[in-house]
Write a protein that binds this ligand. Structure first.
Ligand SMILES: [Zn+2]
Length: 199
């Protein structure tokens, strides 16, 4: 991928890109109201990856603010949250959707999922078996209520909203255009995502 190039992730699919330390990329919600599940694995050792639980402890928050890092399961910064051109609503509490989740929601037969999108994208890079970390769920609207309950609300984004991250380590970044169409987080209508590589 070259600087300025955009990768289109069709609705319900995932893609991986290689990002060098110091390089930035934008994740763009093309049509709006669409969650992007983002994963980052260290290129030198994919058993080290961006970890939601380690990041929450590192930044003392549910989700980093702009300028704060996402850290790995070995507590090393791997991505830095560089800019937020969106309503600023993101989730880092919920597991990626997966076949079991859809079966539990009553889906019969196969349904695309962020877990399978991640596994397929990493397999194409030669990694047949990877951990499925809890993702960085960009644009996902899961309000935590005062009584501790979670809401599952549509993403508040509009077309063109985006987040910029800068890699702190050489990494593989995987983004899944979340196929969830049973719970309303994508407005019941999954749409594409784009990744743009910056300098
Ligand atoms: Zn999903």
């Amino acid at each position: 991928m070259t600087v300025g190039e955009r990768v289109r992730i069709p609705a319900r699919e995932g893609r991986a890109i290689e990002v060098g330390a110091g390089q930035a990329f934008r994740v763009i919600d093309v049509e709006g109201q669409q969650v992007a599940d983002l994963f980052a694995f260290c290129a030198e050792d994919v058993s080290e990856y961006a970890s939601a639980e380690h990041t929450r402890a590192y930044v003392d928050r549910l989700f980093p603010r702009v300028a704060e890092p996402f850290v790995t399961n070995r507590r090393r910064p791997i991505l830095r949250f560089e800019a937020d051109e969106s309503p600023g609503v993101h989730d880092m509490l919920c597991a990626a959707c997966d076949p079991t989740r859809f079966a539990g929601l009553g889906v019969e037969g196969w349904h695309a999922s962020c877990q399978e999108n991640l596994e397929k994208a990493m397999a194409e890079l030669g990694y047949e078996r990877v951990e499925v970390p809890q993702p960085i769920n960009l644009f996902m609207n899961i309000p935590v209520e005062a009584d501790g309950s979670l809401g599952w609300k549509p993403a508040p984004t509009i077309a063109g909203d985006a987040v910029t991250m800068r890699a702190e380590l050489d990494c593989y970044v995987v983004v899944s255009a979340c196929p969830q169409d049973i719970v309303a987080i994508n407005g019941l209508d999954p749409t594409p995502i784009e990744i743009e590589l910056l300098g």
